[in-house]
Write a protein that binds this ligand. Structure first.
Ligand code: ZN
Length: 445
């Protein structure tokens, strides 16, 4: 019996000794475990305070609340009901996180957090069980309240306006709307020069003394190849906020020049072209725009989504039926943001650039039809102009002068006060020139 006890003691003690040895391997390997055993009973320590901890559950595609919650011992229905005022948790986003918190004593989570977006987090807390012994949960919304300031931001364009504006912190939607006012003056695919400078006055969102991110740009000035283009955002009496040029004119066409705000044409429309994958000549009845995977793809005109799904060599594919005999399509998408039958407006996000289907690399294959006939999308243009009138025009001019004063006022500060930026620009420009001289990217399908 005695021998059994000591064997048991050794077995129980073993992990502790092993841990101690592992922690101080080279220092005092032989003595230390004994020392710990000798001193441990002598020290009177209170039981360790429970250590709260968190477990993060990343939601996999196809996972639902009803399968996740039971694995954490959480009452699915109670949690869903507690959150319902703000969000229906039966619709979870793949790759989003559910963060379970524990107090270190209770084996079940005492709380649960789920971020609805960058600013709003759902906070759910478990209370005392109800009379039937069932879990109770309550919810609240934790929302970041921002302080808004107007700030000026200058960005030097190295490659595309898109990349420069993203790097400066503008959101994809804001860059697209900003580009709309410029896109009839500048062909972003061919006319934008490296070294062009975009200066914006943007709504800045501050929290706890730091700039969290940029909100809506209110005014912008693009200096490109000796030309200066101004854009001012204004909320007209129709309730819509748009960017206007310095005279209060907004230009709009039935169809955008390109479904991508910023990109390069990597392969044009042709009736005979050597196909890099099929390795034979065949017509290329569309235009390829080279752009990184994930670049937003916009509907070139108002219409109804006819196809949104996978279609052979086109990969993930969207086709839009426009008023009249017109239709447009978008191939090789990495993701699709619309459903068949959905009504879209010009400029709406319909998906993102990818390389699905028959594609050698990320690009957008864009097609346009008049009736059943494929036409060159780059040759279709139907401009209309809208000029602000009356009180709208008066209001616009006041807003324009206010914002342009901010653009001008601090422009001087940039020129003299930030030598580092100017130095960096020089280097970036010369490396860009080197890249331009190198062979261009592979020609995708
Ligand atoms: Zn193509």
């Amino acid at each position: 019996m005695k021998s059994h006890t000591s064997i048991l003691a050794i077995l129980v003690g073993l992990p502790l000794i092993a841990t101690a040895v592992a922690r101080s391997e080279s220092a005092t390997p032989a003595v230390e475990p004994v020392a710990i055993d000798a001193t441990a009973p002598a020290v009177v320590e209170p039981p360790p305070a429970p250590l709260p901890f968190q477990t993060t559950h990343t939601i996999s595609k196809g996972e639902v609340l009803g399968t996740i919650m039971p694995t954490y011992g959480v009452d699915t229905e109670r949690v869903r009901a507690a959150a319902l005022e703000w969000h229906d948790l039966s619709r979870l986003r793949a790759d989003a996180a559910l963060i379970f918190s524990y107090d270190g004593v209770d084996p079940l989570p005492i709380g649960l957090r789920y971020a609805l977006d960058a600013d709003r987090t759902l906070v759910l807390t478990r209370g005392a069980p109800d009379p039937t012994g069932r879990q109770t949960w309550s919810g609240q919304l934790d929302e970041i309240v921002y302080e808004h300031r107007l700030g000026r931001h200058a960005m030097v364009i190295k490659d595309t306006l898109w990349e420069a504006a993203r790097a400066a912190g503008l959101s994809p939607a804001d860059i697209n709307s900003l580009a709309e006012v410029y896109q009839y003056d500048v062909d972003f695919n061919t006319e934008l020069r490296a070294g062009a400078i975009l200066t914006v006055v943007a709504d800045e969102l501050w929290t706890e003394g730091r700039l969290a991110r940029l909100g809506t740009p209110m005014a912008a000035r693009l200096v490109n190849a000796g030309e200066t283009l101004v854009a001012v955002r204004y909320a007209a009496s129709d309730g819509k906020s748009r960017f206007y040029d310095g005279e209060g004119t907004v230009r709009r066409k039935a169809f955008l020049r390109s479904p991508l705000a910023f990109s390069r044409v990597t392969s044009g429309f042709s009736h005979q072209r050597y196909h890099p994958i099929l390795k034979r000549a065949r017509p290329h009845l569309g235009v390829d725009f080279g752009a990184p995977t994930g670049t937003p793809v916009r509907a070139v005109g108002d219409g109804v989504v006819e196809v949104a799904g996978t279609q052979g060599g086109h990969g993930r594919f969207v086709k839009i039926d426009h008023p009249g005999p017109y239709a447009s399509s978008y191939s090789h998408l990495s993701s699709i943001a619309v459903r068949p039958g959905a009504r879209v407006q010009q400029g709406d996000l319909i998906g993102a650039v990818g390389s699905t289907g028959l594609a050698t690399g990320p690009h957008l294959h864009f097609q346009f039809w008049v009736g059943a006939k494929h036409v060159n999308p780059l040759s279709i243009e139907m401009p209309t102009q809208e000029q602000l009138q009356g009180a709208d025009l008066t209001g616009f001019r006041a807003e324009r002068d206010r914002l342009i004063a901010i653009l001008d006022d601090q422009q001087e500060g940039l020129d003299s006060g930030e030598p580092g930026l100017a130095d960096a620009d020089e280097g970036e420009l010369s490396s860009d020139a080197a890249e331009d001289a190198a062979p261009s990217q592979a020609n995708p399908g």
